[in-house]
Design a protein around this ligand. Structure first.
Ligand SMILES: Cc1ncc(COP(=O)(O)O)c(C=O)c1O
Length: 361
């Protein structure tokens, strides 16, 4: 009998992929963990106690109730959008997956580079045609003539992280509006980092554009562990997505927690303000160091670039040796690093380390 062969069962597009790597963190080693754009602020004592009281009666013997009136009402109020027009995701990752799972194979998925890696990974294992749009070198914006660089013979979907991960900037809004005006396009605006930017949300445009999808997540403001994201769109599209969303994709504890935190959102407002202030401090302190270029950012991270690629090995060893975890990239981005803005104490520690590195060059 022949041996079991995965090739006979698993499709090519999956076998060709490399599994997504999550950095391992040895909690005992007290790493300076600034790699995943999480919030490093932990809940205060009082709110933690109130939270524990709130969720302790969650009925975990029953399936979760995603139609809880209480929760839907608070989300409607928070975003000003009717519950008819959103669905929940187990993080916005799952919502990206739902969008791509629903597409005709003939749609081209246009993805700026550099941007959030999951757009391309998920497009690929759904056997979709992914087209990379290179951002301008000098300001990381979209090419102004974007429709002339995409495939005009297909329908086009675009993913825009707004602000963009990992570059931290906003794309020109006029370019996004231009694409929305063309009904051969479907535009996803992923607002994972908009809490930190002061920019207006594209949610306000939903009534105007049927071909717009807006993604939100609570991961970046202090709730990454709960895994909760939202997808908003007009009636036509949302009704399609509702068909393929798994019925119980969000667990009961997360639903109760989100209900609680929406009622106590000032806790996060406070931390968002601190992060924005710290971003400025970190930018100022890092941008005087001669071995890196620091890019301005509207998100909760800063992108840096080594001025001399000869320093890369030394820099990587220094980071490793001191247990500093920041995000490095591949695919032509090897001398770029993304640093999550941490607490004042963490940022100071990072800056001190970088000064030390700089002195020893
Ligand atoms: C632009 C962007 N979108 C979506 C996500 C996914 O967030 P989550 O699945 O935690 O909601 C991330 C996470 O890094 C991101 O950077």
């Amino acid at each position: 009998m022949s041996s079991f062969n995965t090739d006979d069962f698993i499709k090519d597009s999956v076998r060709k992929l490399k599994a997504y790597q999550v950095n391992e963190v040895d909690a005992h080693k007290k790493a300076l963990k600034l790699d995943a754009n999480e919030s490093n602020y932990i809940l205060g004592k009082n709110i933690k106690k109130k939270y524990a009281d709130y969720i302790k009666n969650t009925l975990i013997n029953l399936y979760p109730d995603p139609n809880s009136k209480n929760l839907l009402k608070s989300i409607e109020k928070f975003y000003g959008i009717s519950s008819k027009n959103f669905i929940f995701g187990n993080g916005s990752d799952e919502l990206i997956s739902i969008i791509l799972l629903s597409l005709n194979k003939s749609v081209t998925v246009n993805i700026p580079a550099p941007s959030f890696s999951m757009y391309e990974i998920i497009a690929k294992y759904n056997d979709l045609n992914a087209k990379i749009i290179r951002l301008n070198d000098e300001n990381f914006d979209l090419p102004a003539n974007i429709e002339s660089v995409v495939d005009k013979n297909t329908k086009n979907l675009y993913f825009f992280s707004y602000p963009n991960n990992p570059t931290g900037n906003h794309f020109d809004r006029k370019i996004i509006y231009g694409l929305l005006e063309n009904k051969n396009n479907l535009v996803v605006v992923d607002e994972a980092y908009i809490f930190f930017s002061g920019e207006k949300s594209f949610l306000n445009e939903l009534t105007k554009y049927e071909n717009l999808i807006v993604l939100k997540t609570f991961s970046k403001i202090g709730l990454a562990g709960l895994r909760f994201g939202l997808l908003f769109s007009g009636d036509k599209l949302i009704n399609e997505f509702k068909k393929i969303k798994l019925p119980y994709n969000i667990n009961s504890l997360t639903l109760s927690s989100i209900e609680f935190f929406l009622k106590n959102f000032d806790e996060f407002e406070k931390n968002i303000k601190k992060t924005v202030k710290q971003r400025k401090v970190l930018y100022e302190k890092l941008s005087v160091l001669p071995f890196i270029k620091v890019y301005r950012s509207d998100a909760n991270f800063l992108l840096i670039k080594l001025n001399d690629e000869k320093n890369k090995i030394k820099f990587d060893n220094f980071l490793n040796g001191n247990n500093i975890i920041i995000r490095n990239f591949t695919g032509g981005m090897e001398i770029y690093y993304r640093i999550t803005v941490g607490t004042a104490k963490e940022n100071k520690k990072l800056v001190d380390y970088f000064i030390e590195f700089s002195k020893n060059l």
